[in-house]
Design a protein around this ligand. Structure first.
Ligand code: GDP
Length: 445
């Protein structure tokens, strides 16, 4: 599945990976091709646009590490963005089927693969999760459909609700509910009737069934080969019935994988499973990272870039450590530390980890230094010029006044900040001498 999109993007990235350096123009040109590829893969225009915009924003100005080419870097960004669009909440393939008997409502258009998927899923629940499952067909218009489910049930060893002629869907649903309760079933699955297209009668019928059973999951089964139509179908069913997830069928065919991407972006509902054939075990959980990898066909590059990024971070930390141990600790460094402290849950946590800083932490605590003060200090640093941040010792009275005013604070506040920066600088220097950065490294972790 997804071969088409994969090949298209693969071609684009081949060209990219052959380039040494990537300018903003190159990123844009490459992404234009990605956009065409997405559209040809039947991703809807707004979704493709939104996707490209997100990637462009992340690609432009992204740090390019030494050991990979900018093209590879873009691949990684496209890959991450694909995952972020494709991924839903919760574990892939997870269903809310606690509190037995849990009803699962299967909805969709005729021919989408609803009955087949109902049986496939029942088999999966039985074999993988050890659940006792009851299936019921509500398709009163097509007796053949009811027969089909009964035959599949026999084939996979899952019970089906006995067929009673002349019953309406709501009555069948109620009977299934009662039977599921009496028979000690964990799950009962309701295979609703399909239509060739969405109509009022179909929708109100499904609504009525929903209201008497309150399904734990309402899964829409759609033919993945129908691309944009599948997305429209999903929108319609979601608005009217409220779906909890999607099953994309026929993903074994030469489908244009874009349906999955649009489906997620447009409906916001997770794709829980994909159908990969007519056989009863041709159902797989939908794995965003695997699908993204397949779309790009470039899993190795992603791993490479991840590793390179780790190396880069380590290199940066090393360089920083070297500067600190020489007592070079300026306002930029302090700002970074302050931001880090906020992220780590405040002052205390950070200072506790620095040997010899316990006393300072206590002083800060006594002075009532909390996150709001950290933020005020960051505001003061933001109010400084680039030169002032790098060389805080040049701050004289007039500069101080300007900076304090810019941050809406007093000069005395700025003086406290400067004192803190000097203390930190001294401390770093001392620690650097003590253990060749070893201790500092420890404290920075
Ligand atoms: P329903 O009308 O929605 O209940 O559709 P059915 O379950 O009867 O399926 C219609 C046809 O599609 C049947 O011939 C199924 O075998 C076939 N089908 C269902 N799911 C898949 C799938 O994932 N891949 C393929 N290749 N065929 C499928």
């Amino acid at each position: 599945m997804f071969e088409n999109l994969s090949e298209r993007l693969g071609g684009v990235f081949d060209r990219l990976t052959k380039q040494g350096a990537l300018s903003e123009d190159d990123v844009r040109t490459a992404l234009r091709e990605v956009r065409v590829a997405l559209l040809e893969a039947d991703v809807s225009l707004p979704v493709a646009r939104q996707f490209i915009k997100a990637v462009e924003k992340k690609a432009t100005g992204a740090a390019v590490t030494k050991s990979v080419t900018p093209g590879q870097q873009v691949v990684k960004i496209v890959h991450d963005e694909l995952i972020s669009v494709l991924a839903g909440e919760g574990e892939p393939g997870s269903l809310r089927i606690d509190s037995p008997p849990a009803p699962i409502l299967m909805v969709g258009l005729q021919g989408g693969g609803k009955t087949t998927t109902t049986a496939k899923l029942a088999k999966r629940l039985k074999e993988r999760d050890g659940k006792k499952v009851l299936m019921a067909s509500l398709d009163v218009n097509r007796p053949a459909a009811m027969e089909q489910l009964a035959i599949l049930g026999q084939q996979i060893g899952v019970d089906t609700l006995p067929i009673v002629k002349g019953e309406d869907p709501v009555a069948i649903a109620k009977r299934a509910k009662t039977q599921a309760g009496l028979g000690g079933y964990d799950v009962y699955m309701l295979d609703t009737a399909g239509r060739l297209s969405i109509d009022e009668e179909l929708m109100s019928q499904v609504e009525a069934v929903r209201d008497v059973t309150t399904p734990r999951e309402t899964l829409l089964v759609v033919d993945g080969l129908t691309g944009q139509d599948a997305v429209h179908t999903a929108e319609n069913f979601d608005t009217r019935i409220g779906i909890s997830g999607v099953v994309l069928t026929r993903m074994d065919g030469d489908g244009r994988g874009g349906a999955a991407l649009s489906m997620r972006a447009v409906t916001g509902k997770p794709i829980k499973f994909v159908g990969l054939g007519e056989k009863m075990d041709a159902l797989e959980t939908f794995e965003p990272d695997r699908v993204a990898g397949r779309i790009l066909g470039m899993g190795d590059i992603v791993a490479l870039v991840e590793k390179a990024q780790q190396t880069l971070e380590a290199e940066q930390a090393e360089r920083m450590m070297k500067r600190f141990s020489k007592g070079q600790f300026n306002m930029n460094d302090l700002k970074m530390q302050l931001e880090q402290m906020i992220k780590m849950g405040g002052m205390g946590a950070m200072m506790q980890m620095m040997p010899g800083a316990g006393k300072m932490a206590k002083q800060m605590d006594e002075a009532g230094m909390d996150d709001s003060i950290l933020r005020q200090q960051i505001a003061l640093i933001n109010s400084m010029t680039k030169r002032e941040r790098a060389n805080p010792q040049i701050l004289q009275a007039s500069r101080k006044k300007r900076i304090a005013k810019g941050a809406g604070m007093e000069v005395s506040d700025l003086n406290k900040l400067l004192k803190m920066q000097r203390q930190m600088s001294d401390m770093m220097k001392k620690m650097g001498k003590m253990g060749k950065g070893g201790m500092l490294k420890q404290a920075m972790k």
